[in-house]
Design a protein around this ligand. Structure first.
Ligand code: UD1
Ligand code: CA
Length: 461
């Protein structure tokens, strides 16, 4: 967008959150709230973007490290939104054109809305200021929009400065503004803190523009939820549920079946292929990518993982930072800790825990196993109760099992150890030395049968 710079306000603590964490870092759909206004700017080709930080500045700036080309301005003491803009204005000294001002706590705003604001701002010549308003049923906490008898905007009054009558106004300020850079530079310093909160109010610019004979157009948004401000945890939960609805709606329109979207938690940015079916209670988090024709059953949690086409994750499994191939089956009740690569057609069954392991194509570990720091080849059978003893109390060691090996039930593999191709480990074995290919290994105490023992025991009593 031509001659457009942006300021994003994110210095406040967010007292009403009752939190140690800066408000703008509280998550919405898996990402810090502050990411959303910055994403909304992405489609606009703005010039300089200045983010004002203050409370928890280091953490807030760190959370934005993935966004390129941002400028940070520090507001050491939070003296109000106009003071925050003043801190940013120094970074925009030579800028001619308009300055878009977004709030870090108005996360649901879309690029379309910002574009619509730009359009009305630039219509009919240069307006000093324009902003977004909305009619809400419960205006508590918002600044109210004051209009004159002719319906023109006259100013914005903060709730705490409102008369009882003004409090009944339902048109509120959304905290999103477009300001002519020249007008901003000339007037931001003129805002006073003579008000109920002893703060420098940015919305005062609106009244100043009107007093100077300017027109202040308001874009009155028809969907108040898009411009809602997040000030407490009730609003945070509401914003999460709206974002959840947006994310699942987009996925469903792209061919994903979500049985119950209200009870399914998919982070913004997760990618899911067509004809995949997701059952209630599933959590799909972070940078997860799920292929086409998969089934994700109820209560599954998948985080930062890749899942190939036609794979089924059965109920109540947990998958973290793991890559699953195609036609794989996992669960129910499997736990895949970070760092696994599971190849095509492998089967990981109930109560199997995996960590930092490679599971070859067609390999099965169907029941009750722990496999850690292991590399397992193709078509291996891992019997129930197999445990890789990867930790000696000091260090972790690797287990290697080559293609087509058969590991009988209740085997312990004391790492470092290797089982060669096509080898056979008898049930109940503790493997401590490498097993050559094609061999059998078995450690077992001799079996003793004492006939009639149980009966004699009874008779003794
Ligand atoms: C503000 C508006 C109000 C509007 C509402 C919409 C003011 C005075 N009031 O009120 O008219 O209806 O937003 O959501 O602007 N911030 C700073 N530095 C500060 C103070 C705030 O960076 O010194 C940041 C906050 O981090 C936040 C944003 O500015 O992202 C808004 O501040 P907040 O205190 O939440 O303002 P509201 O009381 O909600
Ligand atoms: Ca707010």
């Amino acid at each position: 967008m031509k001659n457009l710079a942006a300021i994003v306000l994110a210095a406040g603590r967010g007292t009403r959150m009752k939190s140690r964490i800066p408000k703008v870092l509280h998550p919405i759909s898996g990402h810090p709230m502050i990411h959303y206004p910055l994403r909304a700017l992405k489609g606009l080709k703005t010039g300089k973007i200045v983010v004002v930080t203050g409370y928890g500045a280091d953490a807030v700036e760190e959370s934005l490290s993935g966004f390129k080309g941002l400028t940070f301005a520090r507001q050491a003491e939070q003296k109000g939104t106009a003071h925050a803009v003043m801190c940013a204005a120094m970074e925009l000294e030579g800028h001619a054109g308009d300055v878009l001002i977004l709030s870090g706590d108005v996360p649901l705003i879309t690029p379309q809305t910002v574009k619509a604001l730009l359009k009305i701002h630039r219509k009919g010549g240069a307006n000093p200021v324009s902003f977004i308003s909305a009619f809400v049923s419960d205006p508590v906490g918002y600044g109210r929009v004051i209009r004159d008898a002719g319906g023109k905007v006259a100013g914005i009054i903060e709730e705490k400065d409102c008369t009882a009558l003004q409090k009944r106004i339902k048109e509120v300020n959304a905290g999103v503004y477009l300001v002519n850079a020249d007008f901003l530079r000339k007037n931001i310093g003129g805002i006073s803190a003579r008000n109920a909160q002893r703060e420098y109010y940015l919305p005062d610019l609106v009244r100043m523009a009107v007093e100077k004979g300017g027109r202040v157009p308001a874009l009155t948004h028809c969907d108040p939820s898009e411009v809602m401000g997040i000030n407490n945890r009730v609003e945070l939960a509401a914003a999460n549920s709206i974002m959840r609805e947006r994310v699942s709606r987009e996925l469903m329109l792209a061919g994903v079946s979500i049985i119950d979207p209200v009870a399914t938690y998919i982070d913004f940015g997760a990618r899911i292929g067509a004809d995949t079916v997701i059952y209630p209670g599933a959590h799909i988090d972070g940078r997860t990518r799920i292929g086409a024709d998969c089934v994700i059953e109820e209560g599954v949690r998948i985080e930062d993982s890749f899942i190939g086409d036609n794979t089924r994750v059965k109920s109540y499994s947990i998958i973290e930072s793991t890559s699953l191939g195609k036609h794989v089956t996992v669960g129910p009740f499997a736990r895949l800790r970070p760092g696994n690569v599971i190849k095509d057609r492998a089967r990981i069954g109930n109560f199997v825990e995996l960590k930092k392991s490679v599971i070859g194509a067609g390999t099965k570990a169907n029941h009750l196993s722990y496999i850690g720091d292991s590399v397992i080849g193709d078509n291996v059978n891992i019997g129930a109760g197999t445990i890789t003893c990867n930790y000696d109390g000091v260090r972790k060691h690797r287990t290697i099992i080559e293609d087509n090996a058969f590991i009988g039930s209740d085997t312990q593999l004391v790492a470092p150890v290797k089982v060669g191709k096509n080898a056979y480990v008898g049930s109940g074995t503790t493997v401590t030395r490498d097993v050559p290919p094609w061999s059998l290994v078995v450690t077992r105490a001799d079996e003793r049968v004492v006939e009639g023992w149980a009966k004699r025991r009874l008779e003794k009593k």
